[in-house]
Ligand binder design. Structure first.
Ligand SMILES: Nc1ncnc2c1ncn2[C@@H]1O[C@H](COP(=O)(O)OP(=O)(O)OP(=O)(O)O)[C@@H](O)[C@H]1O
Ligand SMILES: [Mg+2]
Length: 319
């Protein structure tokens, strides 16, 4: 869906991104993570041409992005960022309507879309439609920002630290929201974060960057279990909440009870830390689970190992 081929970007002769090769598949949730200044935001902005790349090729839906009209391109890609918030003099409804209005949707369609999005993001339409950004909490503003990015049902959603600076509980709730939206709509999402646990929770594929280069890309499991370099190992080693908390929890806390899977089962009474070792040994993403009586009681997903800690408020942010 989005392909980078040997892409470089220079600012005042310095490479912000160098020889980047990336292949983002349709429907995939890709998370860009890395040290500050490693080129994550630049990479994201090259996708919607807020920043133009200098060398190499970027393709969107098989076509060179230079062949698209930048405005048309941006309307096909939702963009949500932490730092530039909502238009302050516009109501919530007007903010969300930005792109649909540019696309000249009929009024009634825009109006019902606003209500639909507010509901999707857990905001009561009647209560929030006519409020102004300053009348919202930070978390509510973030939700409206995500709603605005989703408004015209874009093929791609680009998000640059959209949940940064939020308290862990709100951030956890918004992460769950975005996971739900991803599963529901199957959109291609590229998200930038510096939060390792957020990356492990959200990503189908993680791209770890340093100094304008991709150091390693792969599934969360691959990066955790087969770090390509010491840098990767150290980077993920900083995720204390991840592995430490796993020793405190049992498989029963994370098992999806509605699901069943063939294969050699694990017991719901072992710790998630032990389960992690089994994922690594067996190189799989899912494990069947049995209860103390040995009866099948669900499936444990690798991606659920770290998920949900923030919601319980036990994992104060390390930042
Ligand atoms: N408009 C610009 N002009 C000059 N230099 C820039 C510009 N934008 C980015 N850079 C430089 O390019 C490099 C990569 O910046 P970028 O914003 O992509 O990093 P990042 O990975 O998003 O960092 P952070 O985690 O701090 O947001 C940095 O060294 C930055 O100073
Ligand atoms: Mg950035």
């Amino acid at each position: 869906m989005i392909e980078f081929e040997n892409v470089s970007k220079f600012f005042q002769g310095e490479a912000a991104v160098s020889e980047l090769t990336l292949n983002i598949k349709e429907g995939e949730f890709t998370v860009l993570i890395g040290t500050s200044g490693s080129g994550k935001s630049t990479t994201l902005k090259m996708i919607n041409r807020l920043v133009e790349h200098d060398t190499g090729r970027i393709r969107f839906a098989g076509e060179e992005i230079r062949n698209f009209d930048p405005k048309a391109l941006r309307r096909r890609m939702g963009y949500a960022i932490q730092s530039i918030g909502l238009f302050p003099h516009w109501s919530v409804a007007q903010n969300i309507a930005t792109v649909p209005q540019l696309l000249k949707w009929p009024k009634a369609r825009i109006s019902s879309r606003i209500d639909e999005l507010l509901a999707l993001l857990g905001l009561e339409a009647e209560q929030f439609r006519d409020r102004y950004p300053h009348q919202l909490s930070g978390g509510q503003q973030q939700r409206v920002g995500v709603a605005r990015a989703l408004a015209a049902d874009p093929e791609v959603l680009l998000m640059d630290e959209p949940f940064g600076a939020l308290d862990p509980v709100t951030r956890g709730a918004l992460q769950q929201e975005i996971i739900r939206i991803h599963q529901l709509l199957g959109r291609t999402i590229v998200l930038v974060t510096h939060d390792i646990d957020e990356a492990l929770t959200l990503a189908d594929r993680i791209v770890l960057m340093d100094g304008g280069k991709v150091i390693q890309q792969g599934t969360p499991l691959e990066l955790l279990t087969h770090p390509a370099t010491d840098f990767v190992r150290d980077f993920f080693g900083r995720s204390e909440s991840g592995v430490r908390l796993l020793s405190l929890r049992q498989v029963a806390d994370r098992v999806r009870t509605q699901e069943r899977l063939e294969g050699e089962p694990i017991s719901e009474t072992i710790t998630l830390r032990e389960a992690l070792s089994l994922f690594v040994d067996r190189q799989c993403q899912q494990l069947p689970v049995v209860n103390q009586q040995g009866e099948p009681c669900g499936v444990l997903h690798f991606s659920d190992l770290v998920r949900g800690e923030e919601l319980r408020g036990e994992n104060a942010p390390v930042t």
